[in-house]
Design a protein around this ligand. Sequence first.
Ligand SMILES: [Zn+2]
Length: 301
Amino acid sequence: MLLAKIAPLLGCTIAFAQNPPAPTGVPENATQRVSEHVYAILGFPNIGIIVGNRATLVVDTGMGAPNGAIVAREAAKLAKGPMLYLTTTHFHPEHASGVQAFPANTILIRPAVQQDEMEKHGAEFVQMFSSRSALYREQLKDLQLRPPDLLFDRELKLDLGGITARLMWFGPGHTQGDELIFVEPDSVLLSGDIVENKLVPSMPNADASAKGWLAILDKIAPLHPRHIIPDHGTLGDGSLIAQEHTFLSDLQTRAQDLKRQNIPVEEAGRRIEADLKTKYPDWGSSAAIPNAVRRVYAETQ
Ligand SMILES: [Zn+2]
């Protein structure tokens, strides 16, 4: 369905080059336990597996069928019940393109907004990742994507047997369709790209929103998660939410100030990148700062 719609990339504003992902995938036999019912595989990207007595929920597939197969095997090793649910934190290929490697009876769930975004931009991102390296091209070849079995608007609660997962969509942040998952009673948040441990928020194109991102952080702060499993980078505790908020609102305030002074956006991006690199020297992906400044400029009157 998506492959029929590969869009030409000319004139495309997507700028991922500043934030190159590690050229690897999801490791086999490396699943670690985070809480009583929740497991994580740390890789590109991180994967979450939530195991109930009746059903298992996998969060994200990895890039293409080869990584999807690894994730599906790891989930099968842990599963206690026959039902398998799969959901994706956003439509980008390393999170959502490995669906075909899962068993045919897997129940695929997504926010409606994310599905819509995938239909509009999925093929474009597959094309872009494929052009980045021979490894990604190999991982993404012969993709077979399929429509989800379940769509939800804002929240869907899944009872997995002795454990509940809340699948939530709050609005745009990294993409239009970011999904976050909160697991109760383990108090684990699977935060997608929205909360990470000292990585500059990635706003690859005009579908991202700094304002929306901060609004999501405000909405999830009251959950006070004990553990956070981000899509990329290291795991952490609930304090990552405030840490993310501090960094992003600092960036937003600086960009709003420079816009008010009529400083051109490119100049603002350079200045703010230099300043924040000094102020937050241990934050990775600092080259993503100018894109975030661009979003704040677009959102500031
Ligand atoms: Zn992404």
